[in-house]
Design a protein around this ligand. Sequence first.
Ligand SMILES: Cc1cc2nc3c(=O)[nH]c(=O)nc-3n(C[C@H](O)[C@H](O)[C@H](O)COP(=O)(O)O)c2cc1C
Length: 150
Amino acid sequence: MNIKIIYETYSSSTETVSGLIAKQLTELGHSVDVSRMQDSMNFINQNYDLVIFATPSWFDRGQEGQPHMAFLHFMDDHTNTDFTSLKCSFVGLGDSSYAHFCLAIDILEDFFTKRGAHKLGETLKLDNFYFNPDEETVKLNKWIEQLPIQ
Ligand SMILES: Cc1cc2nc3c(=O)[nH]c(=O)nc-3n(C[C@H](O)[C@H](O)[C@H](O)COP(=O)(O)O)c2cc1C
């Protein structure tokens, strides 16, 4: 499969996780391209078999649990876009001590699926990846296994 991983990060964990996903999927024989949301604004025209979105939850626009600012800008610009040709999966990074654990990835999922995108597999939510990389990488590897991409 031709797979794109689109991520954003404030303090680097989502970049690390995106790299781990890319490595695993490449080893499984897929062609994988990774880039930040701010550098991927025209991904919809590039006909990927699967796009994986990854974002931390953060405080933005006066609210907790928001997607990274680059995703917020993308969403602002695409309120009327049809995503029915898009197959996508979702990876959220957060911290369960916050009131809205990984809410940002639910917001992104909602945004794309309400506009016709087809979700593949379960949504992954990683807790405090920076402090628990080993435990959360086990979850990440299980998540990759359940993706319907063979
Ligand atoms: C200002 C701030 C606000 C945050 N808000 C939330 C939140 O509402 N929900 C949540 O699950 N995690 C929240 N987090 C935790 C981050 O999402 C988590 O540390 C994540 O791994 C950061 O990813 P990054 O290193 O890729 O930026 C917040 C962290 C900070 C510093």
